[in-house]
Design a protein around this ligand. Structure first.
Ligand SMILES: [Fe+2]
Length: 494
């Protein structure tokens, strides 16, 4: 007989929410909507200072704050709240969702955003989701204290859950990797036999398996196609809630199954479905809680990631057009940037750099001379040697490049590389004259590739140097112009 349990219990105690907005009508709208629910105790503040005073006195589960406020801004408030309580959920509201604000709020730990004008149902949904996520985590916390024997296991599990966020952060380009990791983690958390993640296509009402993981994966691939499961999946989609079934009715479902939705905004992105190992006890409420906190975190992170990706691809398009505009004036700069990027990546791979570093280098390599956009044609395209004055102008390009990219907070690391690509190991470079390991490592790589490419290509004012000679030149300048390790790695590749 099938035994179904409601996925969530209603909250027993009231959750405390603080609403911060200097604009009274918006604040009232939010407070009124929240007060419709008997589950919340709501306080309000009209500015950051007042909010902080209240926050110091009360233990709020959730803060909803406008970003643009006179005096202490929402971002400052977010910082101060984080200093006091790492776990309070903060949802930011903004009328002007710029890249800077959105991304730095993500980095500072805002759990979510709303853009004005917002749909009040959307707000209520988010409030509900974040408070449930919190409840689940605090419940786990209580269990840890109660059950000393399981302390290590449990904290391992929690750290595994923290690992989801890190994993997602670490793999900004590949959703598949994230799904793989979520499925693997789910299996470990609840002793599952097979876990699948299926993406839901609203158009044709179909579920498309994205990942199937577990013991005997090949056999289990069929498991996502059984009609019994499809019924359960449909139920999850209809209810937008997790379902836990323990049954001997269907062979596919035996002994026990949890299906939980992966939500983006208020719609179903997909379903995580996990089956307990055969000959084991059925799933219990604790398992359900683990899976729910996993899918909710994963959902939030996927949502943020999709936001990040769309911002990121917009920025990259803009930057590419910037590069093309340089190319229109100067073919050399674009081709040179491409070659330098490729060489830098090979050096980085040789030196065992992480994927993240390689991504940074890819961006910084392509953009390293973007500041030359401000160099007059008479200097940039001059067929003769530059005068000292002209050289001083061209020396501004790393700083100008950094300035151009400064509004793009996403590219903090890449900006630093661009700014420092003409620094020298001995401190005689520009713009800052920093030396040795003060120069970012990736900038030291870029500098070697940059110089080598400049030497081995024809310039209007001098012919290309033979490769052997250029290598010799690099070797001679180890520990003066260049980082010795980088030069050695480069020579090895060549
Ligand atoms: Fe340069």
């Amino acid at each position: 007989m099938a035994m179904k349990m409601p996925a969530e219990e209603k909250y027993k105690e009231k959750k405390k929410i603080l609403v911060v907005d200097d604009y009274l009508p918006t604040r009232r709208l939010i407070v009124d909507a929240l007060e419709q629910s008997s589950q919340y105790e709501v306080n309000e503040a009209e500015n950051g200072e007042e909010a902080l005073q209240l926050f110091n006195k009360n233990n709020y589960d959730l803060v909803i704050s406008d970003i643009m406020m006179p005096g202490m801004s929402g971002m400052d408030l977010l910082n101060r709240i984080r200093e006091k309580n790492l776990f309070a959920a903060v949802i930011m509201i903004t009328g002007n969702p710029t890249v800077d604000l959105t991304v730095s709020a993500i980095k500072k730990g805002a759990v979510d955003f709303l853009t004005k004008p917002f749909d009040i149902d959307d707000l209520l949904f988010k409030v509900d989701i974040h408070l449930r996520g919190k409840k689940l985590l605090s419940k786990e916390g209580a269990e840890i204290i109660q059950d000393q024997a399981n302390l290590k296991d449990k904290s391992d599990e929690l750290s595994k859950q923290g690992y989801i966020f890190d994993s997602i952060e670490d793999s900004p380009l590949d959703n598949d990797v994230i799904f793989e990791k979520i499925a693997a983690l789910a299996l470990k958390l609840v002793d599952g036999e097979v876990c699948s993640i299926l993406l839901f296509d609203e158009q044709d009402n179909e579920f498309h398996p994205k990942v199937v993981k577990g013991e005997a994966e090949e056999i289990n691939r069929n498991y996502t196609h059984s009609s019994a499961l499809k019924m359960v999946f449909n139920e999850v989609v209809d209810r937008k809630e997790a379902v836990m079934i323990s049954s001997n009715e269907h062979q596919d479902i035996s002994p026990s199954l949890i299906c939980a939705p992966l939500m983006i905004r208020n719609s179903i992105l997909g379903i995580l479905s996990i089956r307990k190992k055969k000959n084991r006890e059925i799933f219990n409420k604790k398992d359900l809680h683990h899976i729910l906190s996993l899918t909710k975190r994963a959902s939030l992170n996927l949502e943020n990631k999709i936001l990040y990706e769309s911002i990121y691809s917009n920025i990259m398009d803009t930057l590419k057009s910037l590069i093309s505009s340089i190319q229109a004036r100067d073919h050399y700069t674009e081709e040179h940037s491409q070659r330098v990027t490729e060489m830098s990546l090979r050096i980085a791979a040789q030196m065992g750099c992480s994927m993240k570093d390689m991504e940074s280098l890819k961006i910084a390599g392509v953009l390293h001379d973007v500041g030359k956009i401000a160099t007059p044609d008479s200097i940039l395209l001059k067929p003769d040697k530059l005068t000292l004055e002209e050289f001083l102008i061209i020396k501004n390009h790393p700083t100008i490049g950094e300035n151009i990219l400064r509004p793009v907070v996403l590219l903090e690391k890449e900006r630093k590389i661009i700014e420092c690509h003409h620094e020298r190991w001995d401190g005689k470079g520009y713009p800052w004259g920093i030396s040795g390991t003060e120069i970012p490592f990736l900038a030291r790589i870029l500098s070697v590739a940059d110089s080598f490419d400049a030497m081995t290509n024809n310039r209007p004012y001098r012919p290309a140097m033979p490769v052997e000679e250029a290598i010799e030149e690099l070797g001679k300048n180890k520990n003066t112009q260049f980082d010795e390790d980088v030069v050695n790695a480069f020579i090895k590749i060549l």
